[in-house]
Design a protein around this ligand. Sequence first.
Ligand code: ATP
Ligand code: MG
Length: 248
Amino acid sequence: MINLINISKNYGENQAVGSINLTIESGETTVLIGPSGCGKSTILRAIIGLISPDAGEINIDGDKLNTTNVTSLRRKMGYVIQEGGLFPNLSALENVSLMASYLGWDKERIDKRIDQLCNLTKYPIDALSRYPIQISGGQRQRLSLMRALMLDPDILLLDEPLGALDPLIRSELQEDLKEIFSTLGKTVVMVTHDIGEAAFFGDKIILIKDGQIVQEGTIYDLAKTPAHPFVTKFINAQRNHLDVIGDL
Ligand SMILES: Nc1ncnc2c1ncn2[C@@H]1O[C@H](COP(=O)(O)OP(=O)(O)OP(=O)(O)O)[C@@H](O)[C@H]1O
Ligand SMILES: [Mg+2]
C-alpha cells in the first residue's frame, strides 16, 4: 500500500531521516517507535506530502508521490498530527466537517457521516457544538480521530494519537481504537513512544534510532531475535509497559 524507497531528509547539518526503506502492508497496523527525535513524525509528514524528502521516492497505492498528485493522494489518507492539531477557533463539529464542507458535501451527508463517527469513536453528540478547549483530553483525541476518518480514507496516519492521557482513559481508547481498526480494515501507520502500545497494536513494529531503521518485525521478533543490542535496551527500558513480556 505504501512504499518508501531510500528516503532521506536533512535539516541543515542534522539528518532527521537517513536512507529509509519501508513497506507498509495494506490492512495492517504498522507501528513506528523509537526515542524522541529519531525521525518518526518526519516519516509520517513525508508520507502525507507535508515535507518533501531530499532523496528517495514514496509510492502510495502504486502512485509515485509528486507535487502534481500530492493533493489527490492526500485525500486517501487521514492524519492525526502529534498534539491533535484541532483548530481552537472552530467548534468540534466545524473541525470534523471542514474538509467535507470544502469539498461541497451537503448538510444531510455531513450530518449522517458525523452521526456514524460519533457512534464509532464514542464521542458525545451533545459536545459537538463545543470548542476544543471545552472538551476533555480523551474527547479531543476522539475528535481528532473523527476528523481523520471523515472522508473515509483507506490509510490512517496517527502520530501519537494517545499522547498525554491518564492511564485509564488511555487503555480505554486503546481498546476502542483497536476495534475501530479491525472493523474498518484500514491501513494504519501509528507512532508511539510506548513499547506496550506498539505490542498491542502492531502487526509490524519498526524500531527507529537516529533516523535509521534498527529492526522491523513483530514484538516477538524484536524480543527474541534482536538485530542490535539497542533493541534489547529499548525493550528492557520499558519492561513494565509490556503485558506480553511473560510470554516472550
Ligand atoms: N522543521 C524542522 N527544522 C529543523 N529540524 C527539524 C524540523 N523538524 C524536525 N527536525 C529535527 O529532525 C529530527 C527528527 O524529528 P521528528 O519530529 O521526526 O522526531 P520524532 O521521532 O517524531 O520525535 P518525538 O518522539 O519527540 O515526537 C529531530 O532532531 C528534530 O529536531
Ligand atoms: Mg514526533
